[in-house]
Design a protein around this ligand. Structure first.
Ligand code: ADP
Ligand code: 5GP
Length: 230
């Protein structure tokens, strides 16, 4: 997505105004909030999406949670102490942050701004409280809720991943019920029955969002550029 900045754009044919009188600044890619219960497949789908779309990157969150086996600092998360996390809050460095099952998770703002200005779509993999804060902050966020075909399947995947002890799984399933009950807040619901199909569904959303009027207005202006408007 190329950088576009237009101020007070107006064009009329006779009495008919064909472009709105607006100040429009579209200078970045899309922010995509990927939401869904733990175990719904967000991580799996995003990995698959990153492999298939060069224009899309993942925001690396900061967390006070301990790394799981195989998780890499700076890639899966920035793993930090509670003190480091609180310092970033004090410096106003988060787009949003939230407490989830006893740990803090936050989205650092500066790298996102940089990536958007480079024209990248930035995916945020965040829980519902965080997503709702981001959506309140930025009206342009594309929100996508991932769900399994059934609650049984969610439980099966969570247990199959075998990354959490039983107590944590029970807690996450309880949280999942709440998260599913908030699904109406999001613009798109993507069913993760098969990884490849779910990835393609998200890719189609990104392509459709790129065809919104606000992102295509420069094309219309280009077409109208040499048209006599009397
Ligand atoms: P989340 O990031 O939402 O917590 P994960 O991506 O870790 O979820 O997926 C949870 C588990 O379910 C993982 O073991 C993953 O391999 C598996 N999984 C993800 N998508 C599917 C799918 N479409 N079919 C079957 N298993 C899946
Ligand atoms: P996990 O411990 O399984 O990696 O993540 C737990 C939950 O925290 C998931 O629902 C995940 O989407 C969410 N999460 C990860 N990063 C962030 C973040 O930066 N902000 C918020 N609000 N939630 C996050």
């Amino acid at each position: 997505m190329s950088v576009l900045t237009m101020k007070n754009v107006k064009k009329s044919f006779g009495d008919v105004q064909v472009l709105r009188d607006i100040s429009l600044t579209v200078e970045h890619g899309q922010v995509l909030a990927i939401i869904g219960p733990s175990g719904s497949g967000k991580g799996t789908i995003m990995k698959s999406l990153l492999a298939s779309r060069e224009d899309t990157v993942l925001s690396v969150s900061m967390t006070t949670r301990a790394p799981r086996p195989g998780e890499i600092d700076g890639y899966h998360y920035h793993f930090v102490t509670r003190e480091e996390f609180e310092k970033t809050i004090a410096e106003d460095g988060f787009l949003e942050y939230a407490e989830y099952n006893g740990n803090f998770y936050g989205t650092p703002e500066a790298p996102i701004r940089r990536l958007l200005n480079e024209g990248k779509n930035v995916m945020l993999e965040i829980e519902v409280q965080g997503a709702e804060k981001v959506m309140d902050h930025r009206s342009d966020v594309v929100s996508i809720f991932i769900t399994t075909p059934s609650f049984e399947e969610l439980e099966r995947r969570l247990r199959g991943r075998a990354t959490e002890p039983e107590g944590v799984i029970v807690k996450r399933l309880k949280t999942a019920q709440y998260e599913l009950s908030r699904a109406f807040r999001y613009q798109y619901i993507v069913l993760n029955d098969e990884v490849e199909a779910a990835t393609e569904r998200i890719s189609k959303i990104i392509d459709a969002e790129n065809m919104r009027y606000s992102r295509m207005e420069n094309t219309i202006l280009e077409v109208l550029k040499d048209v006599s408007t009397q």
